[in-house]
Design a protein around this ligand. Structure first.
Ligand code: CU
Length: 220
């Protein structure tokens, strides 16, 4: 998404503060939330969200003075300038989980295709796979590997995680939903501090309904 004629300064990811970063466009998925500050100019401007992999887009209009409204097909040049992604962001120290070594790690291979419309985690749909186990007090690592050609915004209930940037060591933002792009590997860490049975699923509802869900459970 982008706002024509403006730059965006992202300040929060899924409600958690990040060191502010300025760019022209922002990549976000179903379930993700970003806060951004813009210095609104004088005029009428298109706020455009372009759907990945489709020839469709959404439009809102920001108006601060008289002028002609942009067309529904408005295509601001900001969309082709600096695109901010989750990997540009870093949590502020007050919400950084710190460099604790994970005591447990789960690998989650995301797969599926448009012809069968069966979307899987480690080869299983929700009803076929074993739950992911954790124990109270552990630092847990989730490693998402996307082997499909679709984006998967992965969302964990009951917890927030910290995305690890390149090399798995650089701390990224605190979040509860993270996009895993095709062929991408994304690493997140969280503290297991909320016993229960929690869903972990793709936030593209069509993919979740097609099977891309699993459960996180606490061992005693
Ligand atoms: Cu998905």
């Amino acid at each position: 998404m982008a706002l024509g004629g403006h730059r965006l300064t992202v300040t929060h990811a899924d409600g958690y503060p990040v060191h502010p970063v300025t760019g022209d466009a922002l990549l976000l998925a179903m379930g993700e939330r970003y806060d951004a500050i813009v210095q609104v100019q004088d005029g009428v401007f298109p706020l455009v969200a372009v759907a990945e992999g489709k020839g469709a887009q959404g439009l809102a209009v920001i108006r601060t003075s008289r002028g002609t409204a942009p067309r529904a097909t408005a295509n601001p040049k900001e969309l082709r300038r600096r695109l901010l992604t989750v990997h540009d962001l870093q949590a502020t120290p007050d919400v950084d989980l710190g460099p604790v070594a994970p005591q447990r790690s789960h690998r989650l291979v995301l797969d599926g295709n448009m012809s069968t419309y069966r979307w899987t985690i480690n080869g299983h749909t929700m009803h076929g796979g074993a739950p992911l186990k954790v124990r109270l007090g552990e630092r847990v690592r989730l490693v998402f590997e996307n082997r499909s050609t679709m984006f998967h915004p992965m969302h964990l209930h009951g917890h927030t995680f910290q995305v690890r940037r390149t090399g798995d060591r650089v701390p990224g933002p605190r979040k509860d939903t993270v996009i895993v792009r095709p062929t991408e590997r994304v690493v997140v860490d969280f503290d297991a501090g909320n016993p229960g049975h929690w869903m972990l699923h793709c936030h593209n509802a069509y993919h979740a309904a097609g099977g891309m869900m699993t459960e996180l459970v606490y061992e005693r």
